[in-house]
Ligand binder design. Structure first.
Ligand code: BGP
Length: 466
C-alpha cells in the first residue's frame, strides 16, 4: 500500500542544544544545571560521561547540516541555549553565540531546510537555578526577556518557534522522581514549577505577539495516552487522573487557555495548589499557541491502586493510579519503553475531536538502541528495526491525517546519535551513527530509508491497516 503524505509535509528530525553542541563551557557559555550536577554527582551519568562534549555540533555544524540535506530534510528542530546566549541569564548578550546561531540558521536556510527553534530544552542556566529556577517568578521574567531577544535577533528568518520542549519532564525529573537536578521530591514545589513554566510559556507567546514577528509560535509536549487496564470504573478514574496530571496539565492551558477544572479541584483537595496572582488568568489565556509539537514514545497504561496509601509518604501522582504492565506488550528493552504505534493515532484523534483539531506535527518519535555497532554491515549500521518502527508509526499518522487530523509533519528523534542526559551515549537514536572517539559521522540504513521516504513524500507499506 502506497502511503503518500500531504503536500509540503515536514520531513525532518529534532535535537537540542545541550545534547549536540558540546563546548558546554566554551564560547562564552556559562554552566547549566547539567554541568553543575555532573561536577557534584558524576556517577549519576552513564559511564560518567557528562555534558561537556556531546556530539560537537558547535564545531561541526556545517558538516552536520550537509548531512541533514543528504537525509532530504526540509525542516529541522534544535534549540537555542539560554546560557550560551545570555551567560548570566539576565544580562548582556554573548556575541559569539549570536554569530554561531546566525551561522546555523543561515546555513539551514541556504540548504533549503526550515529551522524550527525551541527556546528551552531542559537546560536551565545554573545562574537562574541559583535564583530558584522555575520556582521563582523572577526567572519567569528573565525567560520572557530571553525569548524577546531571540525573536529580535533571529525572528527575521526563524518562522517556527517553540517555547518549551516537554515542560513536564523537568517537573517530573527535578521535583518528583529524582532524575534531573535539583533532585527534589515535593509535589507542591513540582506544581509551582509546572505553573510557572506555563506562565513563562505564556509570557513568551505574549512577547512574540507584541514583537509582531512573522511566523508562528507553539510548544512541544510529550503526550502519553493513558490507557486503563479495564473498563472498570476504578481503572477508568485512574486513567483520567494520570491524563490530567501528565497530559492535560500543559495541553489544556496551551490549547484552551486554562487549566482543567478537575485538575485544579484535585490539587485543592490535597492542598497542593501553587500560589497564583489574579492577573495570571489573562496571561495564561494569552498563551494559546499556533502550532503544537507532539512527542510520542510510549503509552501510559494504568490501573487503580491495589494497596492503600501511606498517609505519611510524600504526596505523589501515584496516589491516584498504579502503572500497569500489560501482558504481552511490545517493548524496547534498551530504554524500557513500550512500543505501541496506534498511540500516535489516538493522540492525533484526541486533538482533532476534543481540542478543535489544532495545527500540529509529530515533533519527536524514536527508538534508542544499545550497542548498535553489533548491527554493522560493511561499515554501516543496518538498523532495520528503526525503519520498521518509523514505518509503523507513519502508517498510523497517515490514517489520522486521512480522517482529518491537521498533522503537518513528522520529525524523528534524532538526526545524529547524541548525549541523552543521564543515559549518556547508552542508547543510540540517530539516523547518523556517531563514533564518539573520532567524531566520525556515518549514515545508517534508516537514514537512507528516511531520505528516500522524504524525497517521495511517502513510502510503500507492505500491509493494509487492520
Ligand atoms: C525526549 C527528549 C529528548 C530525548 C528523547 C529520548 O523526552 O525531548 O531530549 O532525549 O526524549 O529520550 P532519552 O534520551 O531519555 O532516551
Amino acid at each position: 500500500m502506497q502511503l503518500i503524505f500531504p503536500d509540503n509535509f515536514w520531513w525532518g528530525s529534532a535535537s537540542s542544544a545541550l545534547q549536540t553542541e558540546g563546548d558546554s563551557l566554551n564560547g562564552g557559555k556559562s554552566a547549566t544545571i547539567w554541568d553543575h550536577w555532573y561536577t557534584q554527582q558524576p556517577s549519576r551519568f552513564h559511564q560518567q560521561i557528562g555534558p561537556a562534549e556531546t556530539s560537537t555540533f558547535y564545531q561541526h555544524w556545517r558538516q552536520d547540516i550537509s548531512l541533514l540535506k543528504q537525509l532530504n530534510h526540509n525542516s529541522f528542530r534544535t534549540s537555542i541555549s539560554w546560557s550560551r546566549l545570555i551567560p548570566d541569564g539576565t544580562g548582556d548578550v554573548n556575541q559569539e553565540a549570536v554569530v554561531f546561531y546566525n551561522q546555523v540558521i543561515d546555513e539551514l536556510l541556504a540548504q533549503g531546510i526550515t529551522p524550527f527553534i525551541t527556546l528551552f530544552h531542559f537546560d536551565m542556566p545554573m545562574a537562574m537555578q541559583e535564583q530558584g529556577g522555575w520556582e521563582s517568578r523572577q526567572v519567569v521574567a528573565a525567560f520572557s526577556r530571553y525569548a524577546r531577544l531571540c525573536f529580535e535577533l533571529f525572528g527575521d528568518r526563524v518562522l517556527h518557534w517553540f517555547t518549551f520542549n516537554e515542560p513536564i519532564v523537568p517537573v517530573e525529573g527535578g521535583y518528583l522522581y529524582d532524575f534531573h537536578y535539583p533532585n527534589v521530591v515535593d509535589f507542591r514545589r513540582a506544581a509551582t514549577v509546572a505553573y510557572h513554566t506555563v506562565l513563562a510559556h505564556a509570557s513568551a507567546v505574549r512577547a512574540f505577539r507584541t514583537s509582531h514577528s512573522a511566523g508562528e509560535i507553539g510548544i512541544v509536549l510529550n503526550l502519553t495516552p493513558s490507557y486503563p487496564r479495564s473498563r472498570n470504573p476504578a481503572d477508568l478514574t485512574a486513567a483520567h487522573h494520570a491524563d490530567l496530571l501528565f497530559n492535560r496539565s500543559f495541553l489544556d492551558p496551551v490549547l484552551r487557555g486554562e487549566f482543567p477544572a478537575d485538575l485544579v479541584a484535585l490539587l485543592r483537595q490535597y492542598d497542593q495548589l501553587p500560589l497564583t496572582l489574579t492577573e495570571d488568568k489573562v496571561l495564561i489565556a494569552d498563551g494559546i499557541i499556533d502550532l503544537l509539537g507532539v512527542n510520542y514514545y510510549q503509552p501510559r497504561r494504568v490501573k487503580c491502586r491495589d494497596s492503600a496509601i501511606n498517609p505519611a509518604a510524600p504526596f505523589m501522582p501515584e496516589w491516584f493510579f498504579e502503572n500497569y504492565e500489560m501482558p504481552g506488550r511490545k517493548m524496547n528493552p534498551y530504554r524500557g519503553w513500550e512500543i505501541y504505534e496506534p498511540g500516535i493515532y489516538d493522540i492525533l484523534t484526541n486533538l482533532r475531536l476534543n481540542y478543535g483539531n489544532p495545527r500540529c506535527f509529530i515533533s519527536e518519535n524514536g527508538m534508542g538502541v544499545e550497542d548498535e555497532q553489533r548491527f554493522d554491515q560493511a561499515g554501516q549500521v543496518d538498523d532495520q528495526y528503526r525503519i520498521d518502527f518509523v514505518a509503523e508509526h507513519l502508517k498510523w499518522v497517515h490514517r489520522a491525517i486521512c480522517e482529518g487530523s491537521q498533522c503537518l509533519g513528522y520529525h524523528m528523534w534524532t538526526f545524529i546519535d547524541n548525549w541523552s542526559w543521564c543515559n549518556g551515549y547508552k542508547n543510540r537514536y540517530g539516523f547518523v551513527q556517531l563514533d564518539i572517539t573520532t567524531q566520525k559521522r556515518t549514515v545508517k540504513k534508516s537514514g537512507e530509508w528516511f531520505a528516500a521516504t522524504a524525497a517521495c513524500n511517502g513510502f510503500n507499506h507492505p500491509e493494509n491497516l487492520a
